[in-house]
Design a protein around this ligand. Structure first.
Ligand code: NAI
Ligand code: MG
Length: 491
């Protein structure tokens, strides 16, 4: 290792020194406790139970957050059903659009506050919450506001009818963005909403509830209730819920599918992934290395579409490995609120333990591990950027979604071989292809069984573009025109 470092010393022997550049937390005004947002008001949970929500970078409690039980879920669903029948279901599209545009504009105005809170509650670098999560969330509201009065053009010759109440359950990796992905198309198509954020990251959804009050949405159109898996399950089985939109683990996705079998509830599931990121020898390698870094280390690797299985063509494998290790040595891990931080905190202790467990297994099964040489803070949950070589299709860490900053690397010789290897997974959410040849992009991307394939880039998102998986990565699409369909009956 030492020798390798010397040989390719470049400038990395003495890394650049950055002065601290902390973002201020002053714009965020946290309440001591957060109740449930039902029927336009914050209401105490029926059993009076509140649990702490922490900052994973410091382990400090940020606020207490209500736990909704079955009766609270019932209250929220009834409020949504009444709002659908009484107001929202009758409003013309152009009136619904005004409210959604208003949400989008206020979100932009308050973007800094949302970004800081997202980083405090979830551990992601402020650079990402500020430049990606919050602007993209606002963009989704803008985009779907535009469709609200144009559904006749979205479905030519058909009439799009709302379904009623949408129950929406979201994960902790992109808390506000996932709320926007779910709420915006539901409202645009005339449905009302009961949304449950993940138990570790409820705070930006609750701030969104305050924003929704400020936007003066009719009471009950959007209800935001907090709690863990049981709260989610109660939403799924409630008889007045007409559609379920879920993003999270494949395990829970399967539970939901079972619980919905035999009902007429519609559903979309956006589940796990284990994407292949494929580097051909003719790719622009420096660019590809940036792409590899972004594909696996963006958001600490807590990304369902992360490029977690890297395939490098054998002829350039040594060169790519060297460049990759050099680039990793410049990654800055630490305080997520520091504007120079690249890699923040792991979202929760549970997730850290899951990552540690899988990495241990990777070593036990004979994989060669390489970790960036960096120090990590004493408090909080952290995991160093990690590479594995010497692994194969049967290795646990190649098969299972780790959902952390851990990349497994394999080589290949031909396009047909890598297509076969890439598709050898129960998942099918995303993929990446890096090559100078357009024809190769088409050949490979057409044969990858994945919902999204990026060419010479990775992790690019846009509200106009549909997103979703094949196989155990789920079903249905979110985003774009496709994202409207799961929220309507076409007659
Ligand atoms: P999870 O699937 O348990 O949680 C996601 C959401 O579902 C949360 O809001 C949770 O409260 C809710 N939920 C849990 N059990 C439920 C049930 N029985 N019925 C209805 N809702 C329920 O994911 P978890 O446990 O946080 O993470 C475990 C693993 O799942 C991660 O390590 C990762 O591999 C994967 N994951 C994938 C995500 C993705 O975007 N594809 C997002 C989050 C986790
Ligand atoms: Mg779980």
């Amino acid at each position: 290792m030492k020798k390798d470092k010397k040989e390719h010393a470049l400038n990395f022997e003495t890394p650049f020194q950055y002065a601290p550049a902390p973002e201020s937390t002053a714009p965020v005004k946290l309440k001591e406790r957060y109740a449930l947002f039902i029927d336009g008001k914050f209401q105490a949970p029926s059993k009076g139970i509140y649990l702490p929500s922490i900052n994973p970078a410091t382990e400090e409690t940020l606020a207490l957050v209500a736990v909704a039980d079955e009766s609270d879920v019932n209250k929220a669903v009834k409020a949504a059903a009444n709002a659908y029948k009484g107001v929202w279901g009758k409003l013309p599209g152009k009136e619904r659009a005004k409210y959604i545009y208003r949400i989008a504009r206020i979100l932009q105005e308050r973007a800094r506050e949302f970004a800081i809170l997202e980083t405090m509650n979830g551990g992601k670098p402020i650079r990402e919450s500020r430049d990606i999560d919050i602007p993209l969330a606002a963009a989704h509201f803008f985009y779907y506001a535009g469709w609200a009065d144009k559904l006749d053009y979205a479905f030519p010759g058909r009439k799009a009818q709302a379904l009623g109440v949408a129950g929406q359950i979201i994960p902790w990796n992109f808390p506000l963005l996932m709320a926007a992905w779910k709420i915006a198309p539901a409202l645009a198509t005339g449905n009302t909403v009961v949304l449950k954020p993940a138990e570790t990251t409820p705070l930006t959804a609750l701030l969104l509830a305050e924003l929704i009050q400020e936007a003066d949405l009719p009471p009950g159109v959007v209800n935001i209730i907090t709690g863990a898996g049981e709260t989610g399950a109660a939403i799924v089985r409630h008889p007045l819920v007409n559609k379920i939109a879920f993003t999270g683990s494949t395990e829970v996705g399967k539970l939901i599918q079972r619980s919905l079998a035999g009902t007429d509830k519609r559903y979309t599931l956006e589940l796990g992934g284990k994407a292949a990121n494929i580097i051909f020898e003719d790719a622009a390698l420096d660019q590809a290395v940036e792409g590899i870094i972004n594909a696996i280390f963006f958001n600490q690797g807590h990304v369902c579409c992360a490029g977690s299985r890297l395939f490098v063509q054998e002829s350039v494998a040594d060169q790519v490995m060297r460049k990759l290790r050099d680039r990793m040595s410049t990654l800055r891990i630490g305080d997520p609120l520091d504007k120079n931080t690249d890699i923040g905190a792991i979202n929760s202790k549970e997730q850290l333990q899951k990552i540690q467990g899988l990495v241990k297994k990777g070593i036990a099964e004979g994989g060669d591990m390489y970790q960036a040489d960096c120090s990590i803070p004493k408090k909080g949950f952290w995991f160093k950027p990690t590479l594995f070589t010497g692994v194969s299709a049967s290795s646990t860490i190649v098969k299972e979604e780790i959902f952390g900053p851990v990349l497994s690397i394999q080589t290949f010789r031909t396009a047909d071989e890598v297509i076969e290897k890439a598709n050898n997974t129960p998942y099918g959410l995303s993929g990446g292809v890096w090559t100078d040849k357009g024809s190769k992009i088409f050949k490979v991307s057409k044969q990858l069984k994945a919902g999204v394939v990026w060419a010479n880039t990775y992790n690019k998102f846009d509200p106009t573009s549909p997103f979703g998986g094949y196989k155990e990565s789920g079903l249905g699409r979110e985003g774009g025109l496709h994202g409207l369909a799961p929220y309507v009956h076409l007659v």
